[in-house]
Ligand binder design. Sequence first.
Ligand SMILES: CC(C)(COP(=O)(O)OP(=O)(O)OC[C@H]1O[C@@H](n2cnc3c(N)ncnc32)[C@H](O)[C@@H]1OP(=O)(O)O)[C@@H](O)C(=O)NCCC(=O)NCCS
Length: 139
Amino acid sequence: MNLRPFLAADQPQVIALWHACGLTRPWNDPAKDIARKLTVQPELFLVIEDAGPIVASAMFGYDGHRGWVNYLAVAPSHRGRGLARQLMAEGEARLTALGCPKLSLQVRAGNAQAIAFYEHLGYATDEAVSLGKRLIADQ
Ligand SMILES: CC(C)(COP(=O)(O)OP(=O)(O)OC[C@H]1O[C@@H](n2cnc3c(N)ncnc32)[C@H](O)[C@@H]1OP(=O)(O)O)[C@@H](O)C(=O)NCCC(=O)NCCS
């Protein structure tokens, strides 16, 4: 297993991984999401490869106030081996090195598995309501 930053050649595999993990939505174009990330802290977009194939991903970022993680995904064939824990630990270390005081994240309503995973890693639900406003439509 090799944890490293995303490379352009990884894109088809990473998008396939996100589809396999149920993370894609019609209103988010994954290729555009990747292109945008490559313009801001691309070194915080991490993947794990298993002798070639990409088997896990996590997209971290620091906005100067909070760190964020999106697109945490582990291939179903590779779950339960500590890969997500490894990615989260690496992202936390990189954000801490940047002076980021807190890592926040959003989980889609109904994704109880992900919530339980994050709670297991020490994350707690914030008493806040998440709001958003689309600025650029992907379609
Ligand atoms: C959630 C997900 C990333 C976990 O990946 P994983 O590689 O299987 O997790 P790990 O093996 O690193 O697990 C790390 C720890 O969390 C625990 N854990 C994993 N899933 C858990 C769950 N659903 N509930 C409780 N604990 C869980 C493991 O037992 C392990 O504990 P330990 O290290 O103390 O022994 C994976 O299931 C996934 O890709 N899900 C679909 C995509 C998704 O929902 N992503 C989150 C978007 S917000």
